[in-house]
Write a protein that binds this ligand. Structure first.
Ligand SMILES: O=P(O)(O)OC[C@H]1O[C@H](OP(=O)(O)OP(=O)(O)O)[C@H](O)[C@@H]1O
Ligand code: HPA
Ligand SMILES: [Mg+2]
Length: 178
């Protein structure tokens, strides 16, 4: 069982906020000519990053929410991505931006980009706060990356261990013993 006191800070609230503002500025720049952006929050993990990111994007955007699950209470992917909640509206003709907390094996994002691409959007772009290059097993589209991180299970700022710790304001890793 992991406890709060077992965690080291990998990325502080301040580091996350600074990078989020940089990503939002890049996204604003890319979509300002069209002035159309539909931002999708991948539940549950990306709820905090999504909320902070959209507040920094200076466009009249719209939002929607979708749920995907493949880890359950484990620290390893089951390999099977399950749609737990679908979007509330069609995305045909829209500029779609998927917002994720982490691309780890890449299986979730591969599934999602393929799924949304069949629905006729004008474009699909991907923004992820974290990327673990050393654990990725499939090729995945990534347009905006917050941080590349080591191959360790991370917790906090939306990311859970057995559904807990999502409310931590920073990204933590379990402290190595000794
Ligand atoms: O690149 P992958 O190896 O597929 O891992 C990334 C996905 O795993 C986590 O979701 P999880 O299945 O834990 O659901 P949750 O967001 O509800 O915690 C995370 O939020 C990503 O969606
Ligand atoms: O490192 C992780 N932490 C929490 N949830 C995750 N889902 C994929 N990778 C991770
Ligand atoms: Mg999870």
């Amino acid at each position: 069982m992991i406890e709060r006191d077992d965690l080291d800070v990998l990325l502080s609230t301040e580091e996350i906020n600074t990078r989020t503002k940089e990503l939002a500025a890049l996204i604003t720049e890319e979509f300002k000519a069209d002035n159309d952006l539909h931002v999708i929050c991948v539940l549950k993990g990306s709820f905090l990053f999504f909320a902070d990111l959209v507040r920094e994007i200076e466009l009249d955007l719209t939002v929607d929410f979708l749920g995907l699950s493949s880890y359950g209470d484990s620290t390893e992917s089951s390999g099977v991505v399950r749609l737990t909640q679908d979007l509330s509206k069609p995305i045909k003709g829209r500029n779609v931006l998927i917002v994720e907390d982490i691309i780890d094996t890449g299986l979730t994002m591969k599934y999602l980009v393929e799924n949304l691409s069949t629905r006729g959007p004008k474009c699909v772009k991907v923004c992820t706060l974290l990327h673990k290059p050393d654990n990725r097993t499939v090729e995945v589209q990534m347009d905006y990356i917050g941080f590349e991180i080591p191959n360790e299970f991370v917790i906090g700022y939306g990311l859970d261990y057995a559904e807990k710790f999502r409310n931590l304001p920073f990204i933590g890793v379990v402290r190595k013993r000794g």
